[in-house]
Design a protein around this ligand. Structure first.
Ligand code: AGP
Length: 608
């Protein structure tokens, strides 16, 4: 959701900015622009549409300056257009700015500025910031910036060029991510690390309420009262190749195939044959022993991982687990006691609703753990403790490997807690830990065994306009995730139901040829699911079943079957998701959809 880049150094800025924006494409955008300062002019080019369209304009219209900013916009105020694209400038062209976030009080500010005689070129909320800077400027940009942000309500990651200081960029952050990459004789600014991973592995993570003044060989940081701030350098151990496609046609397919390794990384030094070690969470023994209620808050796919955890924690520990969509949780009056635990789950660690819910839970005195893939993110920093998902950079908007690592992280946590609460026999605990260790190899096997069939089924299902996913117990939560994947990237209308719920209404929609993906990996409820499958089959549905090894009875009823390798019944979800991801991928491929950047969606949802 909107990407920001900046560069100050000794090389031509335009191509570095363009390449940085290219690497942030995955965040989702509908227009883009850059501005470069060569000491004489700040040239600004901007264009609605894909970055390729901007590229043509850059060559002819941008100077060879070595300082600049760039932006990919995901429209909120004003439709996608050349004029509404960032960067924006003030009346005198002294300040040129790019902004991620939303200025909630922009209409009041705009009215004030119009009364003062300013003229506006765009419909955006952002443009008011450039004019307000102009209004507040008295020969010192930092003071003008301080005064300006005192009047802003909302969220912002801001980058600012100033005509009078050609080799300098000012930045400010509140509720929208911003990082500074540290180079030699050059520094970088971005909303996310992959933008400049090829240039540096050392970053400052700007926090809410901070400014930075960035020169070629100097980075000075301040709080919003202009007190200087010292910050630790955050060193990332990701290889630049991890954020590249490496021969795959799409990031999504690459990330599906990376899942066995992602799970290996997650479990390394945490899951051993002798059990689970999650002492890194720093939770007191007493707190863990007495814990009898857990709240899980998340959005989208991350929310689906929480639903699996609910079944698992309830089965294994018999404790109460509430799972909430964060955009609802933040406005609900949820009673929380101090001896309860809140787990906020987020791949990006920047999802605005999840962050707001985390803050709400903390205000109520709850202990909050973040399950996140982004160590330096807002959610990671604001939670009391963090379990890093270690999935590596996930670029495709559709989450696959991060989801899987969330699910496995919940498996690990549930077992760890069951042991602490003495609710599991030693033998079972060791067997289950052993089963976890087998998961990466089993994932390799499932990818190998299901990819071709899913590719073939996709050819058939790509023609459909509707699809249904059904299952019971954790299979129902997998059905929800499978349906989300399919609709998100192939634009086929897909719905998920608990298998037993169909006859209460949805069965009316089942007719000849409608795709139904039936999940039956739980032996304990398989017979029940089988009768529901028979019901849809009797009404003409084309059924693909994904079932446990040994459920051969289903072959007589359905059109195609995929068997999930043998593993503890509570862990089948980690394997079942793979064919569903592959089905969504190949269906979208046949429908010629923009798989890694589906329409209207963004990777990191930093607005409400
Ligand atoms: C997943 O495919 C989606 N793009 C989306 O639902 C995502 O999971 C959701 O926006 C939450 O993101 P987060 O994990 O970064 O918080």
């Amino acid at each position: 959701m909107c990407g920001i880049v900046g560069y100050v150094g000794d090389k031509k800025a335009a191509s570095i900015l363009y390449d940085g924006l290219k690497r942030l494409e995955y965040r989702g955008y509908d227009s883009s622009g850059i501005a470069v300062n060569d000491g004489f002019n700040i040239d600004v080019v901007k264009k609605k549409g894909k970055l390729e369209q901007l590229k043509g304009k850059i060559e002819d219209n941008v100077n060879g300056g070595t300082t600049g900013i760039g932006h990919t916009r995901w429209a909120t105020h004003g439709q996608p257009s050349d004029l509404n694209s960032h960067p924006h400038s003030d009346c005198s062209q002294n300040f040129v700015i790019a902004h991620n976030g939303i200025i909630e009080n922009f209409q009041d500010i705009k009215k004030y500025l119009l009364d003062k005689g300013h003229t506006f070129k765009s419909e955006t909320d952002t443009e008011v910031i450039a004019h307000l800077l102009e209004e507040n400027y008295e020969n010192d940009v930092l003071s003008a910036l301080k005064k300006t942000i005192e009047n802003l309500e909302g969220s912002y990651a801001l980058t600012i060029l100033n005509n009078k200081e050609p080799n300098r960029i000012y930045v400010a952050r509140k509720d929208s991510p911003l990082i500074i990459g540290i180079g030699e004789n050059e520094n970088f600014i971005a909303s996310d690390i992959p933008a400049f991973l090829s240039e540096t592995k050392d970053f400052y993570i700007l926090e809410d309420g901070e400014f930075a003044v960035i020169d070629q060989d100097n980075i000075n940081m301040y709080d919003f009262d202009l007190n200087p701030k010292e910050k630790e350098i955050y060193h990332v151990d990701w290889d630049p190749e991890m954020a590249e496609k490496q021969g795959y046609e799409h990031y999504m397919l690459k990330e599906i195939h990376e899942q066995p390794d992602a799970v290996r990384r997650l479990m390394a030094n945490r899951v051993m044959p002798e059990g689970i070690d999650l002492e890194e969470l720093n939770l007191e023994e007493e707190f863990l022993k007495n814990l009898n209620k857990i709240h899980i808050i998340a959005c989208g796919t991350a929310y689906h991982s929480g639903l699996i955890a609910k079944y698992m924690l309830e089965d294994l520990l018999n404790i109460s687990v509430e799972v909430d969509v964060a955009s609802e949780y933040r406005y609900r009056n949820v009673p929380i006691k101090e001896d309860e635990l809140v787990i906020a789950v987020s791949q990006s660690g920047e999802t605005s609703d999840t962050l707001a819910s985390l803050r709400k839970a903390k205000q109520k005195g709850a202990k909050v753990i973040a399950f996140t893939n982004s160590r330096g993110s807002s959610i990671a920093r604001e939670a009391d403790e963090m379990l890093l998902l270690k999935a590596g950079p996930e670029i495709s908007v559709a989450s696959t490997k991060a989801y899987l690592n969330m699910v496995v992280a919940f498996y690990m946590f549930s077992l760890f807690l069951a042991k602490k609460q003495e609710k599991i026999e030693e033998k079972e605990y060791l067997e289950m830990s052993g089963d976890l260790i087998k998961l990466p190899d089993l994932l390799d096997q499932v990818i190998e065994e299901s990819e071709k069939l899913m590719e073939d089924k996709a050819k058939q299902y790509a023609k459909s306009e509707n699809a249904f996913f059904i299952g019971r117990h954790t299979d129902y939560t997998l059905a929800l995730e499978g349906a989300l994947k399919l609709k998100e990237i192939s634009y086929i209308h897909a719905e998920a139901y608990p298998a037993g719920e169909l006859k209460h209404g949805t069965l009316a929609l089942i007719e000849e040829g409608v795709p139904v993906i039936a999940l039956g990996t739980k032996e304990s409820v398989f017979e029940k699911t089988l009768s529901n499958v028979t019901e849809v089959k009797a009404r003409g549905a084309d059924v693909t079943a994904i079932v446990y090894n040994g459920a051969e009875d289903i072959e007589e009823v359905v059109d195609h079957v995929i068997y999930i390798p043998e593993v503890n019944e509570l862990f089948t979800g980690a394997l079942t998701i793979v064919p569903l991801q592959l089905l969504a991928y190949y269906t979208a491929l046949i429908r010629d959809c923009d798989i890694d950047q589906p329409r209207n969606l963004a990777k990191s949802v930093t607005v409400e």
